[in-house]
Design a protein around this ligand. Sequence first.
Ligand code: PMV
Length: 325
Amino acid sequence: MKATAKAHTNIALIKYWGKRDEALILPTNSSLSLTLDGFFTTTTVDFQANLTRDQFMLDDEPVEGESYQRVSNFLDIIRTMAGKENLYATVHSKNDVPTAAGFASSASGFAALAAAGTKAIGMQLDNQELSRLTRQGSGSASRSIYGGFAEWEMGGKTDGSDSFAVPVAPAQHWDIRVAAVVLSSTVKKVSSRAGMKRTVETSPFYSGWIDSIPKDLREIKDAIKTKDFEKTGSIAEANCLKMHATTLAANPPFTYWHDTTMRVMQTVQEMREKGIPAYFTIDAGPNVKVLYLPEDEGKVKETLRTIPGVTDVILSKPGQGISYL
Ligand code: PMV
């Protein structure tokens, strides 16, 4: 009862920002992302009759505490689905997601865990069922089931049965690139969970955010379909700025940005003034991801690397969905 799966992380172009149900992880808005080739997690799940609790090894180190609990709670959902409540597993995960790149490894981590765990316990889920399950580990992970562009449809039901990701366009559809800009300074981070909660509960800008999502989604899907890079990039950049604006209006107010974050944002806008189409997006942390076209790779990398406070620039292509090894 053993299986291994590989999943890539994703970057949201239309952000998921806010939950309507914290336990089931049901979002207040639909979101859309690009799965990335450069960052992935490989996980082996092995259910064994003689175990009395789960074991979780991350990069060959045993994990306990909150991270262990999230994994074990997620396996509980799989056990319940399979009707095998007392069957525990060893979980071996390897992250090829440089933590410094500021990607949440939770997206690739929970997608790989869901795929390997369900296969190991003997279930055969289709991608929609797998995405719905994965969502309950980490919301953004629901999109990592698919390669290329994927949309997480928020759904409307209270049981979450209609809240899962669907494919929008495969990785082969369009070779756009993402540079992860790594910053030297570390700031104390508000977790995405805590940040969303505070924003939903206190930010007067939150309703404006929600109201603006359907149009952003409609237009970006059109732009992806027609491979309109300027339109895709400008919608993604504006959507990111709106999300971050909601945090500035929260109570107490907070921001994920620091000085180098803003310097990178300005540099991207200056590149555009010089005729290089490049656009930024930022998740719940200070690091910046820059969208660009393959032909501009050299110039984009060079320009980003020379910004004071930037320590590394990691480049990625569109990536594939879940695979079994
Ligand atoms: O799924 P979480 O809890 O890691 O939250 C992700 C939130 C953002 O990265 C900011 C946006 C997104 O859609 O990925």
